[in-house]
Design a protein around this ligand. Structure first.
Ligand code: SF4
Length: 332
């Protein structure tokens, strides 16, 4: 059985997360809400790398936090290994979180600047009582350093003495110690230069091969997401607009927004023809008052009357490919 057909590990059902905005001078005291995540349905299978791509502010980071129980949904559910995490008590959720981890874009924000790297790695082992004795603790730290390709002398350094790539690998190592089933990678390579980015992506791929975690890989960079993922979804103003296997998305991108993202990715081989560029008008709309109907209609070169009135359904167009657009018919 291929990864694409494997068992589901994490599942979101009609997931919504709205954030209240303080009433401003011109809002006449009425509460306003940011519709950060607005009806997301998706699942990630065991051992799958699922890519979530979209522009900054589209809600993808909030999806990652909802999946880990770091945010509570406004409505809808998240299931982890069949358990509805929104129904768990704080203590139950804390226990479950051992099976999950998150790597942020800026590792320095998750590493304590006053702790030596050795202490940073020692802490989770002690908190979760993962080692029987000092010798085992030491061995676990050295093993995990080898897994992420960090030299041992760096254990005696503070985070600020490490490069961005080394800091990110320490952040990954700290998660590995807990032997999780699921890791959210939130723009893990965006703050790194291109060479270091490729190195960290290779480490993540190798760890996935070796340990079989499921990843949710979040990025604004479609090229990076495509490089590492099995399946991918494209998000726009709180909604998923297209989801497919990565090769399918490249060959048969349907949604005009996906097509515009793909056309913006530079093609290294000049002999290959550029895809016909979908011209995008205007700016990304505000998630406080998203457009009626299809949220993409103010920018879409194919917008029709119905697009302005009624939201398109997320349709199955065959082969595990889904799209929310009136230009395409359901295969069912
Ligand atoms: Fe464009 Fe209409 Fe499709 Fe939305 S539903 S992407 S506006 S054609």
């Amino acid at each position: 059985m291929g990864k694409a057909e494997g068992q589901v590990l994490v599942k979101a059902e009609n997931l919504k997360r709205y954030f209240r905005v303080e009433a401003g001078l011109f809002s006449r005291g009425k509460a306003r809400w940011v519709h950060a995540v607005d009806g997301v349905n998706l699942h990630i299978r065991k051992k799958e790398i699922f890519g979530l791509v979209g522009e900054s502010g589209c809600g993808k980071t909030t999806v990652g936090k909802l999946f880990l129980g770091l945010e509570r949904p406004t409505s809808g559910s998240v299931y982890f290994d069949g358990v509805d995490i929104s129904k768990l008590s704080r203590e139950e959720l804390r226990k479950l979180r051992r099976e999950m981890g998150i790597v942020y874009q800026h590792p320095q924000s998750s590493l304590n600047p006053r702790m030596l790297i050795e202490e940073t790695l020692r802490r989770p082992i002690e908190i979760h009582k993962l080692a029987k004795n000092e010798q085992e603790k030491k061995r676990m730290i050295l093993d995990v350093l080898d897994e992420v390709g960090i030299e041992r002398y760096l254990l005696e350094r503070y985070p600020h003495e490490l490069s961005g790539g080394q800091q990110q690998r320490i952040a990954i190592a700290r998660i590995l110690l807990l032997n999780p089933k699921f890791i959210v990678l939130d723009e893990p390579t965006s703050a790194l230069d291109v060479l270091v980015q490729a190195h960290v992506l290779n480490i993540l791929s190798n760890l996935h091969e070796k340990f079989g975690f499921s990843y949710l890989f979040i990025s604004h960079d479609l090229d990076v997401v495509e490089h590492i993922s099995d399946r991918m979804a494209v998000m726009y103003v709180g909604k998923i607009v297209e989801l497919a296997r990565k090769k399918d998305l490249r060959r048969r991108a349907m949604h005009p927004y996906t097509r515009s993202l793909l056309a913006a990715v530079p093609i290294p081989d000049p002999r290959k023809k550029m895809k016909k560029r979908e011209i995008l008008r205007g700016e990304v709309p505000s998630a406080i008052s998203p457009p009626r109907g299809c949220r993409f209609h103010p920018r879409c070169p194919h917008a029709m009357d119905i697009c302005r009135k009624k939201e398109p359904k997320f349709k199955d167009v065959g082969g595990g490919h889904y799209v929310a657009c009136y230009l395409f018919k359901s295969s069912r």
